[in-house]
Design a protein around this ligand. Sequence first.
Ligand code: ATP
Ligand code: LTN
Length: 334
Amino acid sequence: MIGDKKILYSGMQATGNLTLGNYLGALKNWITLSDEYECFYGVMDLHSLTVRQNPAEFRKRARMLYTLYVAAGLDPEKNCVYFQSHVSSHAELGWLLNCFTYMGELSRMTQFKDKSAKHADNINAGLFTYPVLMAADILLYQADVVPVGADQMQHLEITRDIATRFNNIYGDVFTIPEAYIGKSGARIMSLQEPTKKMSKSDENVNASIYLLDDPDTIIRKFKRAVTDSDNEIRYSEDKPGIRNLIDIYGATTGKSKEEIEKEFDGKGYGEFKLAVGESVVDILKPLQERMKELEADKSYIDSVIKANDEKAQYFSMKTLRKVQKKLGLTERIR
Ligand code: ATP
Ligand code: LTN
């Protein structure tokens, strides 16, 4: 608790441009929850290094992700929005927790299996210990709740296991966090291969809607979305393309599956795809406008980065010092 509020922690990697999946699965929930909790949101740039990055592009993209958080509605004066790499306690606690994590549990992580298949030429140790750094992120701030998309559930489970293991040996050091998975939008699928999740690192640009895509591009991508050929708008396991479009439309309009099926009863895919596209254009419009304003105001973003780095440092350091002491590391001489 900070004051009388519970603590929320979340973040995204600074790899690629954010997609509609990131927005509906995570960012949108962060904004809804941000009044109720004391919130920390990281730009997870250390995690991004598990995949090789071009330094100049990476620097730009990480800053853009920060600005997008703000443009999407996270007030950086109320929420601690910061860069993971600016707060050294993440890497330090990450190391300490490595010594409380088993190889066996890390090798069961599906994200590790997927990413090592995708980057077979660079299966580095960072990719393997990725969840330990993520556990450190969360545990440093004593987070009660962690809003993420469904794909991160396994990482939340391992975070809880590591924290419980540590607490069992050293007493109540860490708060055990709960995952928060939103009711809608938790798993948005690729528009081109609807059995695969929409991902910002997908090479096919038509598979994802990017948050900064212009309206024409958005509509065109929805028109091209892969569906089936029976022309019936029905939510069903065997219709992954249409199911995904219903999920998206539900998440953008707040309508239930049944309401959507009724609304489009007897109508064709063309009309439905257009409606989904327009609903997405509408929700992204304010974000895109705010993004333009913020990009023009460099000094504002600089000032909130600085203030929030200090805030994150302060809170995370309290936990790190406690952990070091519990472990028996020699105390500093002041
Ligand atoms: P990458 O392609 O680089 O692995 P990603 O698009 O999967 O990236 P992450 O940075 O791993 O994005 O995830 C950021 C947040 O967005 C996480 O909370 C994750 O659960 C959520 N998320 C990512 N993709 C989707 C999706 N398709 N549907 C719903 N939520 C998603
Ligand atoms: N692995 C997460 C990004 C992430 C994260 C975190 C999310 C890194 N550290 C801590 C929540 C809390 C992902 O979204 N792929």
